[in-house]
Design a protein around this ligand. Structure first.
Ligand SMILES: O=P(O)(O)OC[C@H]1O[C@H](OP(=O)(O)OP(=O)(O)O)[C@H](O)[C@@H]1O
Ligand SMILES: [Mg+2]
Length: 178
């Protein structure tokens, strides 16, 4: 797989350090709120796991699967709920954990949906933010790293379900997807 990577954007050590810093900030913000921390599958699964391991506060977790990219490198423009939450969000402080915000479509859809479900608060933590690609405005309260307008993979992020298990964030060679 490494031969498909044009360059390593964020290495494993840098990821680990930044995730620890984010976890510290979030622990402060949510120490008395028993947040429901929602992992947006599949891409956020590695980030979520490392993040909550470093959060030394009471919290609960749940999972949501949405899909908008399928096997492409551009959003389909349509967000599909593939798996909804198991738990009620009524009166809860929600923290949505994402791997990347690109066009903003996925997240804006989720935030609106949760705000309509009588939550106490809804905030967002995304490992990556790709501001150059934004087409739908959405607040991201905690960001790991801003990335350039390149298709990135690794640490949970995929292209056609591949590369999620790379331990770093890398830029995929164009010839792989063009
Ligand atoms: O800001 P957007 O343009 O909506 O892109 C961001 C979304 O796209 C990816 O999900 P994908 O649809 O690839 O599903 P996956 O997490 O299972 O890979 C990524 O995990 C985000 O959820
Ligand atoms: Mg994906």
């Amino acid at each position: 797989m490494i031969e498909d990577i044009k360059d390593v954007l964020i290495d494993e050590m840098t990821l680990k350090e930044r995730v620890k810093d984010l976890a510290k900030e979030l622990s402060e913000e949510y120490k008395d709120k028993n947040p429901l921390v929602i992992c947006v599958l599949k891409g956020a699964v590695l980030f979520m796991s490392d993040l909550i391991k470093n959060m030394d506060i009471p919290l609960e977790i749940d999972f949501m699967a949405v899909s908008s990219y399928g096997n492409e490198t551009r959003t389909s423009g349509e967000v599909r709920i593939m798996k909804d939450l198991d738990k009620s969000v009524d009166g809860r402080h929600l923290l949505i954990v994402e791997d990347i915000v690109d066009s903003g479509l996925t997240l804006s859809y989720l935030v609106k949906m949760f705000k309509d479900r009588h939550t106490k608060s809804v905030k967002v933590c995304s490992l990556l933010d790709k501001p150059e690609r934004r087409t739908t405005n959405v607040d991201i309260h905690y960001v790991g790293f801003a990335v350039p307008d390149e298709f990135v993979v690794g640490y949970g992020l995929d292209f056609a379900e591949k590369y999620r298990n790379l331990p770093f964030i890398g830029v995929l060679k164009e010839e792989i997807y063009l």
